[in-house]
Design a binder for this molecule. Structure first.
Ligand code: ADP
Ligand code: MG
Ligand code: MG
Length: 252
């Protein structure tokens, strides 16, 4: 379970506070969605959970399965079972996708549970077939020259190989055509079980046709301002953030 209590986060570069008292709980087994206007701090929030050095927690707490994350390094968070699919996945020239995924899987496993090359290749083959990913993906360098849709599909491939306990997927549906959206959704649905939870950050309700969330949260000005079921996303799509602000009595 992920528990966030009264979180405040600032950007180190300019000392600007972006997250301003955010509260959020995601129990095991649930899929939650965060929607919110541009610039409201969604990506800052997801990168803070993973421990990005660009941001500092000024107060509040992030707990994952009752372990406080605030001061843990990114690799320690990964070992606890956290995974982040970034809005803009990093391109790394000279590192093959296949090697990156294998290394990422083994980095979080204890010494006696490392995945051999053979086991890895067998599993990779299955997951790539499942996600309709072409064979040549593996030999390509990490995200280099990947289209927007290919990068997102690759994030889902990484997630399915690494098998995290919690996945935060930042705009995993942005820029996807229908086929790619279905593949990404299929991957998330395949991961769903009582030991896995997920937070999907999105601008659109269209992914919610394929992935039915347990809870939808709306984030504005660095806080979760309201939560509901998937109907909340439909209301937002219909009326926009202005209508929601009026309804909640929030100043723009
Ligand atoms: P969202 O993902 O909701 O669109 P972001 O978290 O990306 O919002 O950004 C929130 C605000 O913080 C924006 O005003 C953005 O410009 C600013 N911001 C985020 N990261 C940085 C950074 N590394 N340097 C400067 N400003 C940043
Ligand atoms: Mg963002
Ligand atoms: Mg194959």
């Amino acid at each position: 379970m992920l528990e966030i209590k009264n979180l405040h986060v600032k950007i180190n570069e300019n000392n600007k506070e972006v997250i301003k008292g955010l509260n959020l709980t995601i129990p095991d087994g649930e899929v939650h969605v965060i929607m919110g206007p541009n610039g409201t701090g969604k990506s800052t929030f997801s990168q803070t959970i993973m421990g990005s050095p660009k941001y500092s927690i000024t107060s509040g707490e992030i707990q994952f399965n009752h372990t406080k994350l605030n001061d843990l390094a990114t690799d320690e968070r990964a070992r606890l079972g956290l995974f982040i699919g970034m809005q803009y996945p990093t391109e790394i020239s000279g590192v093959k996708n296949v090697d990156f995924i294998h290394a990422a899987m083994n980095a979080i496993k204890p010494a006696d549970q490392k995945v051999s090359v053979l086991e890895f290749m067998q599993r990779l083959d299955k997951v790539m077939d499942f996600l309709d990913i072409p064979e040549d993906y593996t030999d390509r360098y990490l995200n280099e020259g990947f289209s927007g849709g290919e990068k997102k599909r690759n994030e889902i491939l990484q997630m399915m190989m690494i098998q995290p306990k919690l996945a935060i997927l930042d705009e995993i549906d942005s820029g996807l055509d229908i086929d790619a959206l279905k593949v990404v959704s299929k991957g998330i649905n395949e991961m769903r079980d009582d030991k896995f939870s997920s937070l999907i950050i999105t601008h659109y309700d269209r992914i919610l046709k394929y992935v039915r969330p347990d809870v939808v949260h709306v984030m504005m000005d660095g806080r979760v301002v309201t939560s509901g079921d998937y109907h909340l996303a439909e209301q937002l799509e219909a009326g926009g953030y202005a209508a929601l602000r009026d309804r909640l009595g929030i100043d723009a």
